[in-house]
Ligand binder design. Sequence first.
Ligand SMILES: [Zn+2]
Ligand SMILES: [Zn+2]
Length: 161
Amino acid sequence: MKENVKAKVREILDNYLELRNHRKTPERYAILDAVYSIKGHFSLEQLSETLLANNFRVSRATLYNTIRLFIELRLVVRHNFQGVTLYEAYYASNNHCHQICTICGKITEISLPGVTQSINEARLRRFRKDGFSLYIYGVCSSCQGKITKRKNKTQSLRNQK
Ligand SMILES: [Zn+2]
Ligand SMILES: [Zn+2]
């Protein structure tokens, strides 16, 4: 993640904490940095491991509450992929779309400029849009390959009879 993005998200957190008269605890900033240093989607466990690698030990409760705050501030987005909760840095993310394989659960990110453009241009009623998430469900190519192989196998077994 680019350094200017890290600076910008720190500023958003700064402003919020100052406005609310909350303490600027180093944990919150360490967690924010960790979130923005992870590429792609992550679980709370992975986030906690990243923090540990940076010699930062935070309790599960602190981690959870901080992530909740980040979601509120739209610094983080929470995904529910087939029942699995994963998080992702949201600020300056490229509004990518997610392809989810309903067989193996594999998630791939794709950018669909046409979709992004039409959402950007959409006029919403009494609503200021900040971003969007899009999930496309289907079957990935490797699962498709397995299905085809299995079909061919049954087919050739049938032919042998
Ligand atoms: Zn698959
Ligand atoms: Zn994503």
